[in-house]
Write a protein that binds this ligand. Structure first.
Ligand code: RIB
Ligand code: CA
Length: 321
């Protein structure tokens, strides 16, 4: 049986790879892509999502809903210095393509209510849309089967600041509300998990490039700007927190160690905005989330290799590839 899911995304670099997982893993039944303000300009993120669906040969099959264009209470913060435009300068003819008319928050609420307890959400951007959905409909939390969140660090370093990971930093109020809401939530953190176990070094990148498929060429291009950035900051390869989050929902056997934590997010601190406090049981706080601590790195890489080796036919020519 396939897994019905929605991917809530700020589509750039690894968000594109996560969408490929959602679009092409035979275990996935991707019902919608919902867009949230994050990595790069909102309209560019939408272009990146369409481009990704096109490379997967699934353009126009999965609806793209436009969500919140800014965080709940703060101005948008970009990661364009990390990701460039998020798609390696690739483009396509977009004539005739349309996004869904319903707002992403309404679509999330509606689709969860249509199949209570069946739909999972993979949230790989700031949590603005998810927080709005739970504010809008008190039954949203109970209607969602499971929420997989990429964000925070588990007693480790941040990336946008020393304390905070990007997704939680951009909209800390939303992240705080989501962890207080009572979802069945699984967290895929930046440090140490992503930094230690979901980085593809040159040898792995070469194996992907050697596939020679439209998908592997696309992967190499969308990851190039981030790879350059990562190397400048001392990370020896491309980082894959978002595709890992999607893969863990669909292939739970890729998780080797998952522990219960109480997760809360700092909204008031000056130096610690967006810091995720992950308490492991000694502080007298009830666990409210599962945090992934170890994965089968080789299995995750093999899974992506399998996805990227699929000989898809893009629906429209990819300009620049
Ligand atoms: O901090 C990692 C997160 O922010 C990921 O979701 C990635 O898309 C990003 O820039
Ligand atoms: Ca993301």
């Amino acid at each position: 049986m396939t897994t019905p899911l929605i991917i809530d995304t700020d589509t750039a670099q690894d968000d594109c790879v996560a969408l490929l997982v959602g679009l092409l893993d035979p275990e996935a039944d991707l019902r919608a892509i919902t867009m949230v303000a994050g990595n790069v300009g909102f309209d560019q993120q939408v272009r990146n999502a369409f481009l990704t669906a096109n490379v997967a040969g699934r353009l126009d099959e999965v609806p793209v809903y436009l969500g919140c264009r800014s965080p709940l209470v703060r101005p948008w913060v970009s990661a364009e210095n990390v990701h460039g435009d998020g798609s390696g300068g690739l483009d396509m003819d977009r004539s005739g393509l349309t996004t869904a008319s319903e707002h992403a928050v309404d679509a999330l609420v509606r689709m969860a209510a249509e199949s209570p307890g069946a739909l999972s959400i993979v949230a790989i951007g700031p949590l603005t849309n998810i927080a709005m959905a739970l504010a809008k409909d008190p039954s949203f939390v109970a209607n969602v089967k499971s929420l997989y969140v990429m964000g925070g660090s588990n007693n480790g370093r941040g990336n946008i600041t020393a304390a905070a990971e990007f997704n939680f930093y951009v909209d800390p109020e939303a992240a705080k509300a989501v962890f207080a809401a009572g979802f069945d939530v699984t967290v895929v953190p930046w440090d140490p998990l992503t930094l230690r176990q979901a980085v593809f070094d040159q040898e792995r990148l070469d194996r992907i490039a050697a596939l020679g498929t439209p998908l592997s060429d696309f992967f190499t291009r969308v990851c190039a700007a981030t790879l350059e950035f990562d190397r400048r900051v001392g990370i020896d390869g491309t980082t894959h927190p978002d595709s890992l989050t999607a893969a863990l929902l669909l292939r739970p056997e890729l998780a080797r160690k998952v522990s219960r934590y109480h997760v809360d997010v700092e909204t008031a601190g000056e130096l610690t905005r967006g810091y995720a406090a992950m308490s492991w049981g000694v502080h007298g706080l009830e666990p409210n989330a599962r945090v992934v601590e170890e994965i089968d790195t080789e299995g995750f890489f093999d899974h992506l290799l399998k996805v990227l080796s699929r000989p898809t036919e893009p629906n429209r020519p990819i300009l620049g590839l």
